[in-house]
Design a protein around this ligand. Structure first.
Ligand SMILES: Cc1cc2nc3c(=O)[nH]c(=O)nc-3n(C[C@H](O)[C@H](O)[C@H](O)COP(=O)(O)OP(=O)(O)OC[C@H]3O[C@@H](n4cnc5c(N)ncnc54)[C@H](O)[C@@H]3O)c2cc1C
Length: 435
């Protein structure tokens, strides 16, 4: 880091004394190097950091809660811009306006204090930031009820690569005035702008809550049951899949009590009506504490797998009618590895976790992602593409789409300042898109 750049950054905002924890991703699979870590406390400071970086020709990697699972927040000889000081949340008229660095849990708490709920929830809630969830279009546990983050976002304030500020925070229900810059930034993974504030819609909290864990013989049976619950139960908001090996793992690692043995467990949550939908051998939570006990099998999965080693995390989505076939085919492409699959069945979203191959050996990633794509699925369901998956983006995006995405990037960030190495694959001359 040149003394000039260091001095320029320090003149516009606080910097962190030690970059080490910003240089590795949550899974420990990807490491990088930071030129400096900037901690802006206002939109004006974010703008100033970007202008300094542009003047010195260095890239900027935006970091939120750093719970992302595709290494999008890991710097690559870039300046880290952390949103951790852009906090605070205000709830008015069924909407929450939050600083980008506010955690998901804080947004949920603020909503609940005013009698509302926020439609997005996930196990990383205490660290993941609202800005990070916008940047990745996070899904989570309640997509089946409320949609992904995209469906909650009403507005953002963001700083573009040239330091200019765009602000769409009016929250008007109707606004047909041209390109939707707010939605363009949802899922842009820190490559188009730094999101500094987010306005989200809130939802009515559930009137009542039923949580059940259903043992089933196959993934196909689980898909059929979710379909029925959608039609017949009221207010279905979660439909989570666990397989026997995963249940055993969280039991071993976390000491949870055993469940009756079954190849598949389906966790369903709805407001009412589940008793008419699930079979008699389902475990039904009697109260909130009991519900948390059932949720523990699902919520502790990611951390339990992380304790086994450095997982290759492959987050894919499939058409509902191919989910069972995909799970059955996985052993053929993950032979010799330990594989744990779980996920948000209601969204056709499976998390394939493979342990065994070295972190930099991506042959198994390639095989699993190609299998999903061949079955009409997506190679990035809710975690994004980040640095970890950009090589495979072309499996889910056509050459024309990739060209349009590059054109957007070029227009908003012509010098490639924001999120270098994230999302868009390098252009390979002489070959096709990606490689
Ligand atoms: C235990 C666990 C459970 C999880 N469960 C789920 C789940 O159910 N569903 C799900 O979707 N994800 C899940 N995740 C993944 C992760 O929590 C989400 O991707 C989350 O949205 C990341 O938020 P973050 O603040 O940690 O972002 P980071 O990891 O810091 O960043 C993620 C990406 O967003 C960019 N970014 C961050 N903040 C901004 C900003 N303000 N402006 C512009 N770009 C920004 C970064 O550059 C990076 O590319 C889980 C992770 C863990 C560890």
């Amino acid at each position: 880091l040149s003394e000039d750049l260091r001095a320029a950054l320090q003149s516009v905002c606080a910097t962190a004394p030690d970059a080490t924890s910003y240089e590795v991703d949550w899974t420990r699979r990807t490491t990088g190097s930071a030129l400096a870590v900037c901690l802006p406390a206002s939109t004006a400071e974010v703008s100033a950091v970007l202008q300094v970086a542009a003047r010195h020709g260095v890239g900027v990697t935006v970091a939120g809660g750093r719970t992302g699972l595709v290494a999008g927040a890991v710097p690559d000889a870039t300046v880290v811009l952390s949103t951790e000081r852009l906090t605070g949340v205000r709830v008015t008229n069924g909407k929450a306006l939050a600083g980008a660095g506010t955690t998901l849990a804080e947004v949920q708490r603020a909503a609940a204090e005013q009698g509302w709920a926020y439609g997005v929830d996930m196990a990383s809630r205490d660290s993941a930031t609202i800005g990070g969830t916008v940047a990745t279009n996070a899904g989570g546990l309640h997509v089946v009820g409320h949609g992904t983050t995209r469906a909650q976002v009403l507005g953002v304030e963001a700083v573009l690569a040239d330091g200019s500020v765009v602000s769409r925070l009016h929250g008007l229900a109707k606004d047909a005035t041209g390109y939707d810059l707010v939605q363009l930034l949802v899922g842009s993974e820190g490559t188009l702008a730094v999101v500094t504030q987010v306005l989200v819609r809130l939802v009515a909290p559930p009137r009542s809550r039923q949580t059940v864990l259903v043992p089933l013989a196959s993934v196909e049976d689980a898909v059929r049951l979710v379909d029925r619950a959608r039609r017949e139960a009221r207010g279905l908001r979660a439909a989570e899949l666990l397989l026997a090996a995963g249940v055993e793992l969280v039991r071993d690692v976390d000491g949870l009590p055993p469940l009756p043995p079954s190849p598949v467990q389906l966790l369903l949550e709805a407001e009412e009506g589940l008793e008419d939908v699930v079979p008699d051998d389902a475990l039904v939570a009697s109260d909130a504490v009991d519900a948390a006990r059932l949720w523990a099998y699902r919520e502790r999965m990611t951390e339990a797998i992380g304790r086994l080693g450095v997982p290759h995390k492959l987050d894919v989505s499939l058409p509902q009618d191919r989910l069972g076939e995909f799970v059955d085919a996985l052993p053929s492409v993950t032979a010799g590895c330990t594989t744990h699959v779980f996920g948000h069945l209601g969204d056709g979203n499976l998390h394939v976790n493979v342990l065994g191959p070295a972190p930099d050996d991506d042959r198994v990633d390639d095989a699993v992602l190609r299998l999903a794509a061949a079955m009409g699925g997506s190679v990035g369901a809710e975690h994004g593409i980040g640095r970890a998956k950009r090589r495979w983006l072309h499996l889910s995006r056509t050459p024309a789409e990739l060209a349009a995405m590059r054109a957007v990037k070029q227009a908003l960030d012509p010098h490639g300042l924001l999120g270098p190495g994230v999302l868009l694959p390098d252009v390979v001359t002489g070959g096709g898109p990606g490689h």
